[in-house]
Ligand binder design. Sequence first.
Ligand SMILES: [Fe+2]
Length: 201
Amino acid sequence: MSLQLGRTVFGDPANKGRVLSREDALELFNSWVLNPKLKLHMLQVAALMRSWAAEKEQLDEAGQWRWELAGLLHDADWDQWPDLHCKKIIEELEQRQIDSEIIRAIASHGHLHFGVIPETQMDKLLYALDELSGLIHAYSLMRPGGYEGMDLKGVKKRLKEKSFAANVSREDIADACERAAIQLDDLIQFIIPRQALVAEK
Ligand SMILES: [Fe+2]
């Protein structure tokens, strides 16, 4: 099974600035994604993307929502249509005439799978935050206190253990940090406290 998208141009430039309302985005999210674990993952990545846009890129509310939206929908088709992963959500957003910047970020969140190289800052951060977020969440689930007291050292130890969260590609994480020109340690320290706010109670 190949998930390669076979193209690198997405959406229509005429749709620049068009986004889904929060209500419409949540409606799509809730009707397409049924698995609560996947939902939580997508909400975590959405929150991290919003925080990054606000704190590091200093974007206004509209900009923050664009980043959050890319995070919120990046795995929308993974639950019900794994064979069409990425393809289905991209086509849906194209049909809804959404800004190509957001569609492109989703299309490039796993370039080794989908064949689209992350280029923009939004592309790169979605790719980097997605991979690392999953590993950090898996770590929280095995700690008695969850996110409480979690530190950089502990996360790095788990990263070195190849058998821990083995489905999270260490190669992708290293590649993502390099592309985004971000130190792995900085990204881990960015994620821990922010993701803790979107954890299961
Ligand atoms: Fe993801």
